[in-house]
Design a protein around this ligand. Structure first.
Ligand code: CA
Length: 242
C-alpha cells in the first residue's frame, strides 16, 4: 500500500539540473515527475495533478511564461519559476501570469526546498485555513499527508486519503454523490457511483476499526454522504461503549 506523497512536477531542459532537483526533492520525501519540454509539462500537469510545479523559462519548444499561461487557464497549482533570467521585467511578467514564486539560477537547493515547503503550506492553508484537519479522534496532517486515528498513524491509500480529506474539509455538510465524485475523482467521473461506494466503505472500515462503532460518515439515502462533526468527548464515549 502506498501512502500519499506530495508530487512535484519539474519542467527543466538541462539534464544535470533535472537530476539535482530530483535528488534534492526525493531526499525530502517528495515524489518527482520531470520532463524537458513545455508542452509535455502542460500535459503532465493535467494528468499527474502535482501539488506543485517547478518551471524553467528557457525551454526548447516554448517559453516557460506560456506554460504558466496555459496551466493557469484551468489550474491554481503553485508554480515556482527557476530561471537564469534575472531582469525585473521577466520576473514581473511571470508573477503577473500567475507564478507564485521566482528563484534565479544558480540557486541553493536548500533555499528552493524552503520555497517549495512554504508554497505547499500556503496552498493547504488557503483551502482549509490550517495545515491540520481534526474531527473527533481523526487528525490529518496535510503537509506530510499523514492520518492519525486516536493518535496512531494509520496508512491510507492515495485515493482514500483524498476522499477522507474531502469529507474532513466539508464536515457537517451534506454532499451529493455527484459533487463528491466530481471533486475527488474529476469532472469525467460524476456518474461512477461504484467508486464512491467502494471507497466510502473502505474508509468506514478503517475509521471504525479504531473508533469503535461511532459513525463518522453518514449515508443520506438517495442523496449522498455527510461527515458528522464529532467532539472528542463524543468520540471517547463511543469508543468506550464499543
Ligand atoms: Ca533552460
Amino acid at each position: 500500500m502506498n501512502s500519499k506523497k506530495n508530487t512535484i512536477l519539474v519542467i527543466e531542459d538541462e539534464p544535470p539540473l533535472r537530476k539535482l532537483h530530483t535528488i534534492t526533492l526525493e531526499g525530502r520525501g517528495f515524489k518527482v515527475v520531470d520532463c524537458e519540454k513545455g508542452a509535455e509539462g502542460v500535459r503532465l500537469a493535467a494528468s499527474v495533478k502535482p501539488e506543485l510545479i517547478i518551471l524553467d523559462l528557457g525551454l526548447p519548444d516554448m517559453d516557460g511564461k506560456d506554460v504558466i499561461k496555459q496551466i493557469r487557464d484551468w489550474s491554481q497549482t503553485p508554480i515556482i519559476v527557476c530561471s537564469v533570467r534575472s531582469e525585473d521585467d521577466e520576473i514581473i511578467q511571470a508573477f503577473d501570469l500567475g507564478a507564485n514564486d521566482y528563484v534565479t539560477k544558480p540557486f541553493n537547493p536548500e533555499v528552493l526546498v524552503a520555497r517549495v515547503t512554504a508554497q505547499l503550506r500556503k496552498s493547504v492553508t488557503e483551502e482549509t485555513g490550517d495545515t491540520e484537519l481534526v474531527n473527533g479522534n481523526i487528525r490529518m496532517d496535510l503537509l506530510r499527508h499523514e492520518v492519525f486515528l486516536n493518535g496512531e498513524k494509520v496508512m491510507f491509500t492515495p485515493k482514500e486519503y483524498d476522499l477522507l480529506r474531502y469529507f474532513m474539509v466539508h464536515r457537517g455538510k451534506m454532499l451529493t454523490h455527484k459533487q463528491i465524485l466530481k471533486d475527488v475523482w474529476g469532472p469525467a467521473h460524476g456518474d461512477n457511483m461504484q467508486y464512491l461506494r467502494v471507497y466510502t466503505s473502505q474508509l468506514r472500515e478503517k475509521l471504525e476499526a479504531v473508533q469503535g462503532n461511532h459513525s463518522y460518515i453518514v449515508t443520506e439515502p438517495g442523496i449522498g454522504y455527510r461527515m458528522e462533526v464529532v467532539t472528542i468527548k463524543d468520540a471517547d464515549q463511543a469508543a468506550g461503549a464499543a
